[in-house]
Ligand binder design. Structure first.
Ligand SMILES: [Zn+2]
Length: 176
């Protein structure tokens, strides 16, 4: 067994290899090398270049796959958002907010109470006055429904953002 010194074509490091060995991995840069014995010298040829290229390609494919996933996530969320939307009285569709639904509900209840006391003071028949209670009930129901929708929306939004951040992190890692 004869040890011979060769220079890594990948990084220039001096390597000691067994002369009988044809393939070797560089300890320094990890390149896969072929040890070539010429009549005069022994040198190395990098074999790993091709492999490195395909590694890069695999990395690119991973980035593309992750970017597609990100786009899909955005599309899905867009669709999901439509399900959370509420239509306001003026026909404007928007995502519900807990604050907004409480303000709307409380406003409706105050309106109903004022209406009831006005109707009562003007001597309206009792069933007519009691109609205000029904209105209050509807307002409370609407408030509860809309704030639970707002809660579900917030929940979905934070879950989506988490998945999004994770995908973006993965893309950044794959790009390296
Ligand atoms: Zn090397």
């Amino acid at each position: 067994m004869k040890i011979t010194k060769v220079c890594c074509q990948g990084c220039g490091a001096d390597l000691e290899v067994n002369e009988d060995i044809r393939f070797v991995n560089c300890n320094y840069c990890g390149a896969k090398l072929e040890v070539v014995h010429d009549s005069t010298t022994t040198h190395t040829r990098v074999l790993a270049k091709l492999e490195k290229q395909s590694e890069e390609m695999a990395g690119d494919l991973k980035v593309i796959r992750l970017q597609n996933e990100l786009e899909k996530l955005d599309r899905e969320w867009e669709r999901e958002t439509q399900g959370y939307m509420v239509t306001s009285r003026n026909g404007h569709r928007s995502v519900p907010s807990t604050g907004g639904s409480v303000v709307g509900g409380v406003g409706a209840i105050i309106f109903a109470v004022i209406w009831m006391s006005l109707a009562g003071s003007m001597g309206a028949p009792t069933p007519f006055v009691m109609f205000g209670l029904l209105f209050i009930g509807i307002a409370i129901f609407g408030m509860a429904k809309s704030s639970s929708k707002a809660g579900a929306y917030q929940n979905g939004l934070s879950k989506m953002n988490e998945r999004r951040a994770k995908l973006i992190r993965e893309i950044e890692e794959a790009k390296r």
